[in-house]
Design a protein around this ligand. Structure first.
Ligand code: V55
Ligand code: FE
Length: 510
């Protein structure tokens, strides 16, 4: 097995130039770093044609570690943010990749070696970088107030030029961002252009403070609330409905003493309850009501909606922490693999009845993640959802993680889900020996019906170790790709994606 971070704290630190990546699962297979920054003009469209209606940019973020890790091993989520951008115009596709030049990466590049240690543990860093911003901008994007922001939930956003990908630097909303952190999953209400976001561990490492903000269409912060989490738990994503905002605290906990001892940031703690903190969109800390339920795990949510004080939340939910890449080793009692399966689940609660907690209904049995809704429905009532799933080609869901590096996250198909009929409507399976990275929905046009448009995604082809960029029509995912664009190299497993339409970019730069 791989080295634990606790052991790694005494791992000999080497200054050997060009230190190779260690021969451990995190640096093998599809998630092995490539560190390639480059441009490719006019990619090959090897099947079908790219819809002429698509004029914009598809961004995918990867955690592409620059230097062999300081501690001898690392977790995937600690890699350096690498933007891979596909510019689509008139059926043509160009490619560009650039690192986000974070303070962390700049410090390490000048030393020509890793100086920062374990995931969200500054006590494992080289003393020379004490106090330097550790943010690695490796998770997601948001476009708001005319700025393209790259996000990592333990730091503030880092702005990049949406065309050249040149790093512009940390963005603190003209000094109005009081939180030290910023979620990777802000929400935008397209009806008003408002962005809703929060930071957790907002006053610093392992603090219980949560800061919540609303920013207007112009990117200026108009609302700010500080509140306290019930415990320092995992708060990766959150949801906003027409009238409420819902914070979610899951039972992985952070502890300052453990961090000081060189330990891992997170530990799954099934003794903690799951907490949902609900308050009106423009509420205050006094309006926050906490709803509890049994230990659960959700990285990502589809959306939320409310009918008066009755709130529904749709997510991909499991009974224990998933993605073992987060924990190269578990501690204490091992986690039962079937409990890590995250399924499409609906939670309901009544804001006026916190004593009743939240109720849970599992809607579908697929192992699903990367849920999304039509961006025009984000924070409004949705009917259509999309999610990546683990499709069991041979009839058995393979929960053995032994080859999970080659299989990336194991996600290998996409479904369109109907939340009114409660069923999978159609499914895209890119074939055997293939996995997918986050699929992204693009509406066919501003007035197209909900969910009508395309899904765009990277497909990992295991036989060639090369990627395709694939576009599927959401009218029938089963009909196969409308276009397949081939890449001459492997793009390491990414995290989140963004589509930025030319019209939106032009409007913002006027
Ligand atoms: C996630 C990813 C992260 C992270 C925490 O998708 C959670 C989940 C890429 O970094 O730091
Ligand atoms: Fe995420």
């Amino acid at each position: 097995m791989s080295t634990t971070v606790e052991q790694a704290a005494v791992f000999p630190v080497t200054h050997r130039p060009g230190l190779p990546f260690p021969d451990v699962p995190r640096f093998q297979g599809w998630i092995r770093p490539t560190r390639i920054e480059g441009d490719i003009f006019d990619l090959e469209v090897v099947q079908g044609s790219v819809p002429r209606e698509l004029n914009g940019r598809f961004y995918t973020m990867a955690a592409d570690t620059q230097f062999s890790p300081r501690l001898g091993d690392d977790v995937f989520f600690n890699g350096d943010g690498m933007i891979r951008m596909f510019t689509i115009a008139d059926g043509h596709v160009d490619y560009r990749s650039r690192y986000v030049m974070t303070e962390k990466l700049r410090a390490e590049r000048s030393a020509r070696r890793a100086l920062f240690g374990a995931y969200r543990n500054p006590f494992t860093d080289d003393p020379s970088v004490a106090g330097v911003n550790r943010g690695n901008a490796n998770t997601a994007f948001v476009f708001s107030g005319g700025k393209l922001l790259t996000l990592k939930e333990d730091a503030r956003p880092v702005a990049v030029d949406p065309v050249t990908l040149e790093t512009q630097g940390e963005w603190a909303f003209n000094g109005k961002l009081t939180s030290k952190t910023f979620t990777a999953h802000p929400k935008i209400d397209q009806r008003t252009g408002e962005m809703f976001f929060f930071g957790y561990e907002a006053k610093g490492l392992a603090t219980r403070d949560i800061a919540y903000y609303v920013a207007g269409r112009d990117g200026q912060i108009t609302h700010e609330v500080w509140l306290q989490a019930p415990y320092v738990g995992f708060m990766h994503d959150f949801v906003v409905s027409d009238d409420y905002v819902i914070f979610t605290v899951f039972p992985a906990t952070a502890d300052l003493d453990r961090l000081k001892a060189g330990g891992q940031h997170w530990r799954w703690d099934p003794k903690c309850d799951t907490y949902l903190g609900v308050m009106p969109r423009r509420g205050t800390a006094a309006n926050v009501r906490w709803f509890t339920g049994p230990p659960r795990w959700a990285y990502h949510f589809f959306n939320s909606s409310n009918d008066g004080t009755t709130i529904t939340i749709d997510a991909c939910v499991g009974e224990a922490i998933s993605a073992p890449c987060f924990y190269p080793d578990t501690y204490g009692s091992p986690i039962d693999p079937p409990k890590t399966v995250t399924r499409i689940t609906r939670w309901t609660l009544d804001y006026n009845n916190p004593d009743a907690g939240f109720q849970e209904h599992i809607l579908d049995n697929n192992y699903a993640d990367y849920p999304s809704v039509d961006p025009r429905k984000q924070t409004a009532r949705h009917r259509v959802g999309f999610a990546a799933i683990v499709h069991p080609h041979d009839g058995e869901l393979d929960l053995d993680s032994s080859d999970s590096n080659l299989r990336a996250m194991g996600l290998n198909a996409v479904i369109r889900y109907d939340f009114v009929e409660n069923r999978v409507v159609s499914r895209f399976v890119p074939g055997r020996q293939s996995s997918i990275q986050e699929p992204l929905f693009i509406p066919r046009g501003p007035d197209a019906p909900e969910g009508d448009g395309w899904l765009i995604m990277l497909v990992d082809r295991w036989n060639t170790m090369l990627n395709d960029l694939v576009i599927v029509d959401t009218a029938d995912l089963g009909a196969g790709p409308v276009a397949t664009v081939s890449l001459p190299m492997r793009l390491p497993t990414g995290v989140h994606t963004l589509w930025l339409d030319n019209a939106e970019l032009t409007k913002a730069s006027r």
